[in-house]
Design a binder for this molecule. Structure first.
Ligand code: ADP
Ligand code: ADP
Ligand code: ZN
Length: 214
């Protein structure tokens, strides 16, 4: 099963993608996590991506598309995958459609997690991230067992540089301009599924499971 998560920054794509990956036993592929891991390890890719990310913009398609297409051809994706944070532009979506077609495959579901902008700012300012393992928490809605420490791997949690309110506004503008058009793109191909992302995390997940099937 090949699934795409659509939605604004902070809508809960990553939270839901992790639950989907666990339930359906497919890898969770987050382009944001891949970029952050590269930044942490000081790779050339990381250095290229960082300036764009810190400014709240998108990493250029020339860098992002090749990286993602390589990743989905790895062996662990044979049974499917859940893509979180890709595609984010129409050229990315078109490249993905074509690459899958060449492999004799296609996207099964594009799940749009719908959350209004007002709630986004609240979610992002309270988000705490583990840069070591990609887990995310929230200071009100998803509190770690020990304050400031990742439940999964024990590393220190951080407020991401790009989750500060000034940058979040810019990211929302970029989302509306470049990523929201993907909702129509996937509606046209008949794979779009809409979910109300304002419910609590477990309710959102149950709504997704009703779409994907048990
Ligand atoms: P969010 O929590 O906003 O969904 P992500 O972790 O998915 O954030 O992405 C963080 C940043 O990484 C984005 O703001 C962007 O700069 C970069 N990024 C991630 N995925 C992509 C992509 N598909 N295309 C371009 N840039 C991306
Ligand atoms: P995205 O990957 O779309 O950027 P995340 O999954 O990282 O979003 O979620 C953004 C923040 O909101 C995180 O702090 C997360 O714990 C929290 N969050 C996710 N889903 C919900 C929800 N349904 N209700 C309240 N908070 C949520
Ligand atoms: Zn961790």
């Amino acid at each position: 099963m090949k699934i795409i998560m659509l939605g604004a920054p902070g809508a809960g794509k990553g939270t839901q993608a992790k639950k989907i990956a666990a339930k359906y036993q497919i890898p969770h592929i987050s382009t944001g996590d891949i970029f952050r891991a590269n930044i942490k390890n000081g790779t050339e890719l990381g250095m290229k991506a960082k300036a764009f990310m810190d400014a709240g913009g998108l990493v250029p398609d020339e860098i992002t598309i090749g990286m993602l297409l390589d990743r989905i051809q790895e062996a662990d994706c044979a049974k499917g995958c859940v893509l979180d944070g890709f595609p984010r532009t129409i050229p990315q979506a078109e490249s993905l459609t074509k690459a899958l077609k060449d492999m004799g495959e296609s996207i099964d579901y594009a799940v749009n997690v719908d959350v209004p902008d007002e709630s986004i700012i609240r979610r992002m300012s309270g988000r705490r991230a583990c840069l070591a393992c990609g887990s995310t928490y929230h200071i009100v809605y998803n509190v770690p067992k020990t304050e400031g420490v990742c439940d999964v791997c024990g590393q220190q949690l951080v407020l991401r540089d790009d989750d500060k309110p000034e940058t979040v506004k810019k990211r929302l503008d970029v989302y509306h301009e470049q990523t929201q058009p993907l909702i129509d793109y996937y509606k046209k191909t008949g794979v779009l599924a809409e979910v109300d992302g304002t419910m609590d995390m477990e309710e959102v997940f149950q709504a997704i499971v009703r779409i994907l099937g048990a």
